[in-house]
Design a protein around this ligand. Structure first.
Ligand SMILES: Nc1ncnc2c1ncn2[C@@H]1O[C@H](COP(=O)(O)OP(=O)(O)OP(=O)(O)O)[C@@H](O)[C@H]1O
Ligand SMILES: [Mg+2]
Length: 605
């Protein structure tokens, strides 16, 4: 499943998207409603300023007393009192609105972050159970943007936008209320013009979707580039690839620039057009308002508060317009997020999977075929049987399929035909965890996590006792190295364990496999990188690891190969020879013998 090929097909299925996000929103519904309840008065209060202008103009500026009735009593407020009250009112009102705004911001930030957390938790959970093929196919930058940035946009955005929509909507409603109160005829014209001004917004939403997808892919590529610059910094320096990386980076940034500019070019006319339509509305209102005032149908105060409302209305309406664009972005991100939720790892448990407790008898590999890509077979019709506690060495040409073969045993990939059976049962019948629980692996490129050496070793078995830990360290010949380190076992390793030497990393990996103490051990040795002294140490460590185990060892050293019970020669994906050292040496023009003459003989000398 290539992620940069997916295009958020579902981003216009609003109902479907909302039903998917609903379970994440539901737990926080109470707080979201509280946020609403705060947002409504907060929005409505926008109208108060405009509304206050009418009495100010009509009574204070016009120097008239205000006479009003409550039930049958008549009250009078002189214009002087009014003039005193209004400034205080303005401050009190601002303080009140300030408190509401704080509450509203706090509640919505809290809920949106919590929802985002939940979505991220679930997405990461999906990610860690994806199979290796998924990671082969998708560059790191795409994964980062799809698994970290999109959920942020999708779920944080939705609450933020809801907040903005409620405050703006009620702000607009409050102002429209004031307008209606001042003059319904003028209000009618004002609202009609606003509706017309909104038509362009609807037109550009498709463009936003395509631009947003393009930006996601470009953003992912940029992150991948930075990751590679980081991980490959030495290769970059050694081969003077700085220019190349820089060129890549610049191209990507320019691509992103072009996408954004083309979107701006095609959508930025919207805002001025809205202004233009709105100004026509204001022009009509002013002309008609003058007529209403001169004909005595409206007071100057009413007109002042009407025009103020109309001008104030521009902000919430513009925000609402912007919100529509943002919401489109959010739905696109949501479409992408739920696409990820629907990804299923190809390799998973069968419904009736059984537990693999231990290896009792043998591992049978029958006629397996496998390729990473369709029509490009890597392993061709390979069959062999390994008995319990047997050590099988695997040799062959580089790229012949040795690593691929051992990766099939823990089901990193599933074979396309044939079968691999442990104690007579196909490995696909076992649960993945129990299968992998019985296999310890030391890889060709040993990966350590950032953290301490202790943590890295204990990853093999978090429940190991201190004694088991020490035993593993000793068997892996790590004690000297650890004694030399300032913080010993608790020394922090850099990212990917890069602060250790190749041989040290490998021995930590061996200790990790050792402490797991499984019946099946797979070693993809890459000792070619080691000098003779550390190779000898690693060899001793390996010898300790494979005692009384069923072992598959991809070997590059004669001693390992000779000590193995049997040797399988895999060339170009085919098992060409199988037997022990002596047997294979007997074969005239045999492949093993050729390999021996070429590589191993000099090791014997
Ligand atoms: N993740 C992958 N996706 C696609 N093709 C792959 C992948 N890993 C390996 N291959 C291809 O499969 C073939 C077998 O590779 P494999 O790593 O199994 O060789 P190998 O025998 O272990 O070689 P070496 O001795 O150099 O480690 C190679 O042609 C390689 O290009
Ligand atoms: Mg290999």
């Amino acid at each position: 499943m290539k992620l940069n090929m997916t295009t958020a097909q579902n981003s216009f299925k609003y109902g479907w998207l909302l039903s998917r996000i609903w379970p994440y929103i539901k737990p926080y519904m109470f707080r979201i409603i509280c946020g609403f309840l705060v947002a409504i008065p907060l929005g409505l209060l926008d109208g108060v300023t405009a509304f206050a202008l009418k009495p100010f103009m009509d009574y204070v500026v016009g120097k008239q007393d205000w006479v009003f009735h409550i039930f049958t009593h008549e009250f009078t407020l002189t214009w002087q009192v009014f003039a005193y009250i209004i400034p205080f009112g303005v401050v009190a009102f601002a303080a009140f609105q300030g408190i509401l705004r704080y509450l509203n911001d706090y509640i919505s930030a809290w809920t949106s972050q919590r929802i985002t957390n939940d979505v991220k938790f679930d997405l990461f959970h999906k990610l860690i159970y994806m199979d290796p093929r998924f990671f082969d196919e998708n560059p790191s930058g795409i994964i980062i943007s799809r698994y970290m940035t999109d959920p942020q946009t999708a779920s944080a955005g939705i609450v933020d936008q809801l907040k903005t929509i409620t405050t703006s909507l009620f702000g607009a409603l409050g102002l429209i209320g004031v307008m209606l109160y001042s003059s319904w005829k003028l209000a009618f014209i004002g609202v009609l013009v606003l509706c017309i001004a909104f038509i362009p917004v609807a037109i550009i939403r498709k463009r936003i979707k395509s631009a947003s997808n393009k930006n996601m892919v470009i953003g992912g590529n940029i992150t991948t580039n930075i990751n590679e610059t980081y991980s490959g910094n030495k290769v970059m320096a050694a081969y003077e690839l700085q220019k190349r990386q820089e060129e890549y980076f610049k191209n990507q940034i320019w691509d992103s620039f072009k996408v954004n500019m083309s979107l701006t070019k095609r959508s930025a006319w919207m805002s001025p057009l809205m202004y233009l339509i709105a100004s026509c509305g204001i022009a009509i209102v002013l002309a008609y308002g003058t007529h209403l005032i001169t004909s005595g149908d409206m007071t100057a105060g009413s007109f002042a508060s009407f025009v103020t409302s109309l001008l104030l209305l521009y902000k919430p309406v513009k925000t609402l317009g912007g919100t529509l664009t943002n919401i489109q972005n959010i739905f696109v991100a949501m479409g992408r997020v739920f696409e990820l939720f629907d990804l299923e790892p190809e390799i998973k448990n069968r419904p009736d999977a059984v537990e693999l407790l231990s290896l009792n008898d043998k591992i049978e590999i029958q006629n397996i075929c496998f390729g990473y890509l369709p029509n490009q077979p890597v392993l061709k019709n390979l069959s062999l049987t390994v008995n319990k506690n047997e050590t099988l060495a695997i040799v062959g040409n580089s790229g012949g399929g040795k690593s691929t073969f051992v990766n099939l045993l823990p089901r990193f990939y599933d074979i396309q035909s044939g079968s691999i059976k442990i104690d007579g049962i196909d490995i696909r019948e076992y649960t993945l965890t129990s299968l992998r629980h019985n296999i310890a692996m030391v890889f060709q490129d040993n990966f350590l996590f950032s953290g301490t050496i202790r943590e890295n070793i204990l990853m093999g078995n978090p429940d190991a006792t201190e004694e088991e830990l020490n035993c593993a360290i000793e068997s892996a010949h790590l004690q000297e190295m650890i004694a030399d380190l300032p913080q010993g076992l608790d020394t922090l390793l850099g990212e990917r364990g890069m602060t250790l030497s190749g041989g040290q990393r490998q021995r930590v990996a061996i200790a990790r496999a050792m402490i797991k103490n499984t019946p099946i051990v797979i070693l993809d040795e890459a000792t070619s990188a080691l000098d003779n002294k550390s190779e000898a140490i690693v060899q001793k460590a390996l010898d300790n690891l494979i005692q009384n185990k069923t072992v598959f060892v991809i070997a590059h050293r004669l001693s390992t190969i000779k000590n193995a019970d049997r040797i399988a020669v895999i060339n170009e994906g085919e098992l060409v020879e199988l037997g022990n050292h002596e047997q294979l040496m007997q074969i005239e023009n045999g492949q093993y013998r050729a390999l021996y003459d070429m590589q191993f003989k000099k090791q014997e000398v």
